[in-house]
Design a binder for this molecule. Structure first.
Ligand SMILES: *Cc1c(COP(=O)(O)O)cnc(C)c1O
Length: 395
């Protein structure tokens, strides 16, 4: 049955993904089921999206109620779910202004525009530069791709948007060297996801922030993957005490409903995008906003971040043990429930074997196994994951 569906998919869908050979059907908690009824422990959560796990009743009921009431209305009118979602997002982030988008890439696009506009209002130039990082990932649209530090993703699609320079993450001097009077923003992921799970160092964060303040350059932090509680604080920068001027959030923001946002401080908002400068048809529509609302409520009610801080050290300990035990594993990197097992060779076979054995994993680059489970996982789930993974690691 799965085989036929997969054949049909390959005839109809554009082949931009090398998909794993399963057709998923439903989810329950931290488990997914394929259409033939096989059960999988999920350590990917739709790539750091389904933080609350699958089939959360309160979340589903809130969405169903909103569907019956109003799914969409234009951003030319106000809607209550978006107002409440923005208020809650301000509260958990400490930022001042919110613009809702449909995706992470769209949030990055908005962040870039906001930074360029801020600099433009200051000096009238239209040739501002942005410093991004090597190994970064910010999305697949042209602007987001232009700041993505993976030449392989960019090459065929040139020309990129201009005046982007790449520094090395955690190398403050490499950032300093690139700063000119045209630099309007420094942009990076607080914890690099796609590029290999590299957390920013505290000194780097503080150093970049100081540079930004000194030269009135905007610090943009991409929290699309590492935000929403994943590293043990609502946003990863909060553990460093280094606040960005603009930040992006998406993935787990709606816990499954496509929604993102870029946020900024009042200082930026007062001298940046204004009426007519930016828009989106769907962004922050009542259904998406209801998802954000309920997700943020449930994070609090269900003590999601507390759970991350209980389970993450246990996960780290177990992964460190694996790294000691298996020659193929070089080490572990990550923060909270965003972890990478750095291997000495390709991890594709390990991930495929895990799938056969009922465990969903994903890579981050060719040689890193990425673990970004639902934030509701328990220590027992960690043990279960380790037991399956051990069956798949080369000895
Ligand atoms: C996933 C991701 C994006 C892109 O988000 P989409 O919703 O896929 O457009 C951008 N930045 C980071 C850090 C991401 O992990």
């Amino acid at each position: 049955m799965m085989k036929e569906y997969i054949e049909e998919a390959e005839k109809a869908l554009l082949h931009t993904y090398n998909r794993y050979q399963i057709v998923l059907d439903k989810g329950e908690g931290v488990y997914l089921y394929d259409i033939e009824g096989k059960k999988y422990l999920d350590f990917v959560s739709g790539i750091a999206v389904f933080a609350l796990g699958y089939g959360n009743k309160a979340y589903n009921d809130a969405l169903k109620a909103q569907i019956d009431k109003l799914i969409h209305t234009s951003n030319y009118y106000y809607n209550v779910p978006a107002i409440e979602a923005a208020k809650k997002l301000k509260k958990v982030s400490g930022m001042d202004r919110v613009f809702f988008t449909n995706s992470g890439a769209e949030a990055v696009e908005g962040a870039i525009k906001a930074a360029r506009k801020y600099a433009y209002l200051k000096d009238g130039r239209t040739d501002h530069e942005i410093i991004a990082m090597e190994h970064s990932f910010h999305g697949r649209t042209m602007g987001a791709l232009s700041v993505t530090g993976n030449p392989g993703y960019r090459e065929a699609f040139g020309p990129m948007i201009g005046n982007i320079k790449f520094a090395r993450m955690n190398d403050l001097d490499s950032v300093k060297e690139l700063i000119t009077e045209k630099t309007c923003a420094i942009l990076f992921e607080t914890v690099q996801g796609e590029g290999g799970i590299y957390p920013a160092g505290k000194e780097f964060m503080e150093g970049v922030k100081a540079l930004c303040e000194e030269k009135d350059i905007l610090l943009i932090l991409d929290e699309i993957q590492c935000g929403m509680g994943r590293t043990g604080t609502m946003y990863a920068w909060q553990r460093y005490g280094v606040m960005p001027d603009i930040m992006t959030t998406a993935k787990a923001l709606g816990c499954g409903v496509p929604v993102g946002a870029f946020l900024m401080t009042e200082r930026v908002a007062a001298h940046s995008l204004t009426s007519g400068d930016h828009g989106t048809t769907y962004g922050g529509n009542p259904l998406a906003a209801a998802a954000v609302n309920k997700a943020l409520d449930l994070f609090e009610e269900n003590h999601i971040i507390e759970n991350v801080n209980v389970v993450a050290p246990y996960l780290e300990e177990k992964l460190d043990l694996l790294a000691e035990k298996y020659d193929y594993i070089e080490g572990r990197r990550g923060l909270g429930l965003m972890q990478g097992l750095v291997c000495k060779g390709p991890v594709g076979d390990i991930i495929s074997k895990a799938l056969d054995n009922g465990l969903i994993l994903i890579n981050a680059g060719a040689e890193i196994i990425r673990l970004v489970p639902p934030l509701i996982i328990t220590k027992e789930n960690v043990d279960e994951m380790v037991a399956i993974l051990e069956m798949c690691l080369p000895v």
